[in-house]
Design a binder for this molecule. Structure first.
Ligand code: CUA
Length: 319
Protein backbone atom coordinates (compact mmCIF):
# COMPACT_ATOMS: atom_id res chain seq x y z
CA UNK A 1 0.00 0.00 0.00
CA UNK A 2 1.07 3.60 0.65
CA UNK A 3 3.53 2.43 3.30
CA UNK A 4 5.37 0.72 0.44
CA UNK A 5 6.41 4.17 -0.77
CA UNK A 6 8.34 4.80 2.44
CA UNK A 7 11.91 3.67 3.10
CA UNK A 8 12.38 0.27 4.72
CA UNK A 9 11.07 0.06 8.30
CA UNK A 10 13.56 -1.55 10.68
CA UNK A 11 12.79 -0.19 14.13
CA UNK A 12 9.91 -0.18 16.54
CA UNK A 13 9.45 3.53 15.98
CA UNK A 14 9.37 3.37 12.18
CA UNK A 15 5.77 2.17 11.68
CA UNK A 16 4.53 4.80 14.16
CA UNK A 17 6.35 7.61 12.39
CA UNK A 18 5.09 6.42 9.01
CA UNK A 19 1.52 6.15 10.28
CA UNK A 20 1.66 9.76 11.50
CA UNK A 21 3.25 10.97 8.27
CA UNK A 22 0.74 9.18 6.06
CA UNK A 23 -2.15 10.13 8.37
CA UNK A 24 -1.26 13.83 8.24
CA UNK A 25 -0.85 13.60 4.48
CA UNK A 26 -4.29 11.95 4.18
CA UNK A 27 -5.98 14.57 6.41
CA UNK A 28 -4.33 17.41 4.48
CA UNK A 29 -5.21 15.85 1.11
CA UNK A 30 -8.81 15.40 2.19
CA UNK A 31 -9.11 19.07 3.24
CA UNK A 32 -7.37 20.36 0.10
CA UNK A 33 -9.68 18.28 -2.11
CA UNK A 34 -12.74 19.42 -0.15
CA UNK A 35 -11.82 23.11 -0.43
CA UNK A 36 -10.83 22.90 -4.10
CA UNK A 37 -13.98 20.87 -4.83
CA UNK A 38 -16.21 23.48 -3.17
CA UNK A 39 -14.44 26.34 -4.95
CA UNK A 40 -15.00 24.63 -8.32
CA UNK A 41 -18.60 23.67 -7.51
CA UNK A 42 -19.53 27.17 -6.31
CA UNK A 43 -17.77 28.78 -9.27
CA UNK A 44 -19.95 26.75 -11.60
CA UNK A 45 -23.17 27.07 -9.59
CA UNK A 46 -22.94 30.81 -9.05
CA UNK A 47 -21.41 31.70 -12.43
CA UNK A 48 -22.58 34.92 -14.04
CA UNK A 49 -26.10 34.60 -15.36
CA UNK A 50 -26.95 31.38 -13.48
CA UNK A 51 -30.39 31.14 -11.87
CA UNK A 52 -29.06 29.86 -8.51
CA UNK A 53 -30.56 31.33 -5.32
CA UNK A 54 -28.21 34.07 -4.08
CA UNK A 55 -30.05 34.93 -0.84
CA UNK A 56 -27.97 34.80 2.33
CA UNK A 57 -28.28 31.64 4.49
CA UNK A 58 -30.74 31.90 7.40
CA UNK A 59 -28.89 33.08 10.55
CA UNK A 60 -29.59 29.92 12.52
CA UNK A 61 -28.05 27.62 9.90
CA UNK A 62 -24.89 29.69 9.61
CA UNK A 63 -24.43 29.69 13.41
CA UNK A 64 -24.70 25.89 13.52
CA UNK A 65 -22.22 25.66 10.68
CA UNK A 66 -19.85 27.96 12.50
CA UNK A 67 -19.96 25.96 15.75
CA UNK A 68 -19.76 22.66 13.90
CA UNK A 69 -16.68 23.32 11.85
CA UNK A 70 -14.88 25.10 14.68
CA UNK A 71 -15.42 22.08 16.94
CA UNK A 72 -14.42 19.64 14.18
CA UNK A 73 -11.21 21.55 13.45
CA UNK A 74 -10.37 21.72 17.14
CA UNK A 75 -10.95 18.00 17.50
CA UNK A 76 -8.72 17.21 14.52
CA UNK A 77 -5.88 19.39 15.87
CA UNK A 78 -6.10 18.00 19.40
CA UNK A 79 -6.08 14.49 17.96
CA UNK A 80 -3.00 15.24 15.81
CA UNK A 81 -1.24 16.78 18.81
CA UNK A 82 -1.96 13.77 21.02
CA UNK A 83 -0.94 11.33 18.28
CA UNK A 84 2.39 13.03 17.52
CA UNK A 85 3.21 13.90 21.14
CA UNK A 86 2.72 10.34 22.37
CA UNK A 87 5.08 9.05 19.66
CA UNK A 88 7.56 11.83 20.41
CA UNK A 89 7.62 11.08 24.14
CA UNK A 90 8.15 7.41 23.36
CA UNK A 91 10.96 8.29 20.99
CA UNK A 92 12.79 10.27 23.68
CA UNK A 93 12.48 8.12 26.79
CA UNK A 94 14.71 5.06 26.56
CA UNK A 95 13.80 1.91 28.49
CA UNK A 96 15.86 1.39 31.64
CA UNK A 97 17.46 -1.84 30.42
CA UNK A 98 18.75 -0.30 27.18
CA UNK A 99 22.29 -1.01 25.98
CA UNK A 100 24.24 2.24 26.23
CA UNK A 101 26.36 3.50 23.39
CA UNK A 102 28.33 6.73 23.39
CA UNK A 103 28.58 8.41 20.03
CA UNK A 104 31.09 11.14 19.29
CA UNK A 105 30.73 12.88 15.95
CA UNK A 106 33.65 14.70 14.37
CA UNK A 107 34.54 16.02 10.97
CA UNK A 108 33.92 13.59 9.28
CA UNK A 109 33.30 10.37 11.07
CA UNK A 110 31.23 8.67 13.75
CA UNK A 111 33.03 7.17 16.72
CA UNK A 112 31.00 4.83 18.88
CA UNK A 113 31.83 3.20 22.16
CA UNK A 114 29.63 0.76 24.03
CA UNK A 115 29.61 0.61 27.81
CA UNK A 116 31.47 -2.72 27.54
CA UNK A 117 34.38 -0.88 25.96
CA UNK A 118 33.99 -1.92 22.31
CA UNK A 119 34.95 0.98 20.06
CA UNK A 120 33.99 1.28 16.43
CA UNK A 121 34.38 3.87 13.71
CA UNK A 122 31.54 4.54 11.28
CA UNK A 123 29.96 1.29 12.41
CA UNK A 124 27.75 0.15 15.20
CA UNK A 125 26.87 -3.48 15.86
CA UNK A 126 23.70 -4.09 17.86
CA UNK A 127 21.47 -7.07 18.60
CA UNK A 128 18.00 -7.20 17.10
CA UNK A 129 15.05 -6.64 19.45
CA UNK A 130 17.09 -4.98 22.20
CA UNK A 131 16.69 -1.30 23.07
CA UNK A 132 19.85 0.74 22.43
CA UNK A 133 20.31 4.13 24.03
CA UNK A 134 22.60 6.57 22.27
CA UNK A 135 24.36 9.37 24.10
CA UNK A 136 25.55 11.78 21.47
CA UNK A 137 28.01 14.61 21.42
CA UNK A 138 30.28 16.30 18.92
CA UNK A 139 33.95 17.11 19.02
CA UNK A 140 33.75 20.10 16.67
CA UNK A 141 30.64 21.37 14.87
CA UNK A 142 26.98 20.34 14.82
CA UNK A 143 26.31 16.99 13.17
CA UNK A 144 23.14 14.93 13.14
CA UNK A 145 22.82 11.19 13.56
CA UNK A 146 20.33 9.86 11.05
CA UNK A 147 19.26 6.29 10.40
CA UNK A 148 16.44 6.46 7.83
CA UNK A 149 15.34 2.83 8.31
CA UNK A 150 14.89 3.50 12.04
CA UNK A 151 13.23 6.93 11.45
CA UNK A 152 15.80 8.19 13.94
CA UNK A 153 17.40 11.60 13.75
CA UNK A 154 19.15 13.51 16.51
CA UNK A 155 21.65 16.36 16.54
CA UNK A 156 25.11 15.80 17.96
CA UNK A 157 26.17 19.11 19.49
CA UNK A 158 29.60 20.27 20.64
CA UNK A 159 29.73 20.86 24.39
CA UNK A 160 26.39 19.16 25.03
CA UNK A 161 24.90 15.73 25.28
CA UNK A 162 21.81 14.65 23.43
CA UNK A 163 20.10 11.31 23.62
CA UNK A 164 18.16 9.00 21.37
CA UNK A 165 17.20 5.36 21.44
CA UNK A 166 15.98 2.69 19.09
CA UNK A 167 14.95 -0.92 19.04
CA UNK A 168 15.81 -2.64 15.79
CA UNK A 169 13.18 -5.06 14.55
CA UNK A 170 15.08 -6.53 11.61
CA UNK A 171 18.57 -7.90 11.10
CA UNK A 172 20.66 -6.40 8.33
CA UNK A 173 22.85 -3.43 7.57
CA UNK A 174 21.33 0.02 7.62
CA UNK A 175 22.65 3.39 6.49
CA UNK A 176 23.84 5.91 9.04
CA UNK A 177 24.04 9.42 7.62
CA UNK A 178 25.03 12.83 8.86
CA UNK A 179 22.11 15.10 8.18
CA UNK A 180 23.45 18.44 9.34
CA UNK A 181 25.77 20.25 6.94
CA UNK A 182 29.14 20.13 8.69
CA UNK A 183 31.78 21.04 6.12
CA UNK A 184 33.60 19.73 3.06
CA UNK A 185 33.06 16.02 3.59
CA UNK A 186 29.59 16.19 5.11
CA UNK A 187 28.28 14.03 2.27
CA UNK A 188 30.88 11.37 3.02
CA UNK A 189 30.16 11.23 6.73
CA UNK A 190 28.51 7.85 6.36
CA UNK A 191 28.34 4.81 8.53
CA UNK A 192 26.34 1.68 8.98
CA UNK A 193 24.36 0.04 11.72
CA UNK A 194 24.73 -3.73 11.69
CA UNK A 195 21.79 -5.42 13.36
CA UNK A 196 22.51 -9.04 14.30
CA UNK A 197 20.73 -11.97 15.88
CA UNK A 198 21.51 -11.99 19.62
CA UNK A 199 23.69 -15.15 19.28
CA UNK A 200 25.64 -13.65 16.38
CA UNK A 201 26.03 -10.43 18.35
CA UNK A 202 27.37 -12.30 21.38
CA UNK A 203 29.83 -14.12 19.12
CA UNK A 204 30.89 -10.86 17.47
CA UNK A 205 31.31 -9.23 20.87
CA UNK A 206 33.54 -11.97 22.21
CA UNK A 207 35.72 -11.73 19.10
CA UNK A 208 36.42 -8.04 19.76
CA UNK A 209 39.78 -7.12 21.26
CA UNK A 210 39.58 -7.01 25.03
CA UNK A 211 39.00 -3.32 25.72
CA UNK A 212 38.85 -1.53 29.01
CA UNK A 213 35.34 -0.44 29.77
CA UNK A 214 34.48 3.23 30.01
CA UNK A 215 34.39 3.29 33.80
CA UNK A 216 37.89 1.86 34.14
CA UNK A 217 39.24 4.31 31.59
CA UNK A 218 37.56 7.03 33.62
CA UNK A 219 39.12 5.76 36.80
CA UNK A 220 42.61 6.00 35.29
CA UNK A 221 41.83 9.47 33.98
CA UNK A 222 40.57 10.51 37.40
CA UNK A 223 44.04 9.90 38.80
CA UNK A 224 46.01 11.04 35.74
CA UNK A 225 44.25 14.39 35.48
CA UNK A 226 44.58 15.13 39.15
CA UNK A 227 40.88 14.91 40.07
CA UNK A 228 41.80 12.47 42.83
CA UNK A 229 43.99 15.12 44.46
CA UNK A 230 40.91 16.91 45.78
CA UNK A 231 38.08 14.41 45.40
CA UNK A 232 39.71 11.38 47.02
CA UNK A 233 38.63 10.55 50.57
CA UNK A 234 41.04 11.97 53.13
CA UNK A 235 42.13 14.80 50.84
CA UNK A 236 43.08 18.00 52.66
CA UNK A 237 41.01 19.93 50.14
CA UNK A 238 37.36 20.30 51.04
CA UNK A 239 35.79 18.93 47.82
CA UNK A 240 32.53 17.00 47.35
CA UNK A 241 32.81 13.23 47.72
CA UNK A 242 31.90 11.58 44.45
CA UNK A 243 31.08 8.11 45.77
CA UNK A 244 27.35 7.67 45.89
CA UNK A 245 26.82 10.92 44.02
CA UNK A 246 25.19 9.48 40.91
CA UNK A 247 21.45 10.01 40.74
CA UNK A 248 21.34 11.86 44.06
CA UNK A 249 19.76 15.25 44.61
CA UNK A 250 22.46 17.90 45.04
CA UNK A 251 21.78 21.10 46.93
CA UNK A 252 23.43 24.10 45.23
CA UNK A 253 24.64 27.27 46.90
CA UNK A 254 21.88 29.26 45.20
CA UNK A 255 19.26 27.12 46.92
CA UNK A 256 18.39 25.13 43.80
CA UNK A 257 18.47 21.34 43.86
CA UNK A 258 19.61 19.33 40.85
CA UNK A 259 19.88 15.63 40.14
CA UNK A 260 23.42 14.38 39.63
CA UNK A 261 23.11 12.99 36.12
CA UNK A 262 25.38 13.05 33.06
CA UNK A 263 24.50 16.63 32.18
CA UNK A 264 25.16 17.83 35.74
CA UNK A 265 28.55 16.13 35.92
CA UNK A 266 29.50 17.51 32.54
CA UNK A 267 28.56 21.05 33.63
CA UNK A 268 30.42 20.60 36.90
CA UNK A 269 33.59 19.66 35.02
CA UNK A 270 33.34 22.36 32.37
CA UNK A 271 31.77 25.21 34.38
CA UNK A 272 32.43 24.36 38.02
CA UNK A 273 32.03 27.95 39.21
CA UNK A 274 28.55 28.38 37.83
CA UNK A 275 26.68 26.09 40.21
CA UNK A 276 28.69 25.49 43.37
CA UNK A 277 27.48 22.79 45.73
CA UNK A 278 26.11 24.27 48.96
CA UNK A 279 28.75 24.35 51.70
CA UNK A 280 31.75 24.30 49.34
CA UNK A 281 34.13 26.99 48.08
CA UNK A 282 34.27 27.68 44.32
CA UNK A 283 37.86 26.47 44.03
CA UNK A 284 37.65 23.94 41.23
CA UNK A 285 39.14 25.18 37.94
CA UNK A 286 37.27 24.66 34.69
CA UNK A 287 38.40 21.73 32.55
CA UNK A 288 36.87 23.18 29.39
CA UNK A 289 39.35 22.63 26.58
CA UNK A 290 41.47 20.34 28.75
CA UNK A 291 39.27 17.26 28.51
CA UNK A 292 37.81 15.85 25.30
CA UNK A 293 34.18 14.81 25.08
CA UNK A 294 35.28 11.20 25.13
CA UNK A 295 37.22 11.79 28.35
CA UNK A 296 34.24 13.48 29.98
CA UNK A 297 32.16 10.43 29.07
CA UNK A 298 34.77 8.20 30.68
CA UNK A 299 34.83 10.27 33.87
CA UNK A 300 31.04 10.27 33.95
CA UNK A 301 31.00 6.48 33.59
CA UNK A 302 33.49 6.23 36.46
CA UNK A 303 31.46 8.48 38.77
CA UNK A 304 28.39 6.50 37.86
CA UNK A 305 30.17 3.24 38.60
CA UNK A 306 31.04 4.59 42.05
CA UNK A 307 27.41 3.96 42.73
CA UNK A 308 24.40 5.79 43.96
CA UNK A 309 24.51 4.35 47.46
CA UNK A 310 26.79 5.76 50.14
CA UNK A 311 30.08 4.01 49.62
CA UNK A 312 33.40 5.28 50.84
CA UNK A 313 35.41 2.96 48.60
CA UNK A 314 36.54 4.50 45.36
CA UNK A 315 38.17 1.54 43.70
CA UNK A 316 35.98 -0.05 41.10
CA UNK A 317 34.89 -3.58 41.69
CA UNK A 318 35.33 -3.46 45.44
CA UNK A 319 32.26 -4.16 47.54
CU1 CUA B 1 28.58 15.70 10.04
CU2 CUA B 1 27.34 16.63 8.34
Amino acid sequence: MLAGLMPEQASELAPRVDAIFLGLTAISAFIVLLVVGLVVAFSIRFRRGSKANRDALPNLVSREFEIGWTAATLFVFVFIFWWAASAEIRAFVAPKDAIEVHVVAKQWMWKTQSANGVREINELHVPVGAPVRLILTSQDVIHAFYVPAFRLKRDALPGQQTEAWFKATKTGTFHLLCTEYCGTDHARMLGRIVVMEPEDYARWLSAQPEGDDLAHQGERLFTARGCAGCHAPGSAVHAPDLAGLWGRAVQLAGGRTVTADGAYIRDSILQPKRDVVAGYEPIMPSYAGLLSDGEIQELTAYIRALGSGSRSSRRLGEP
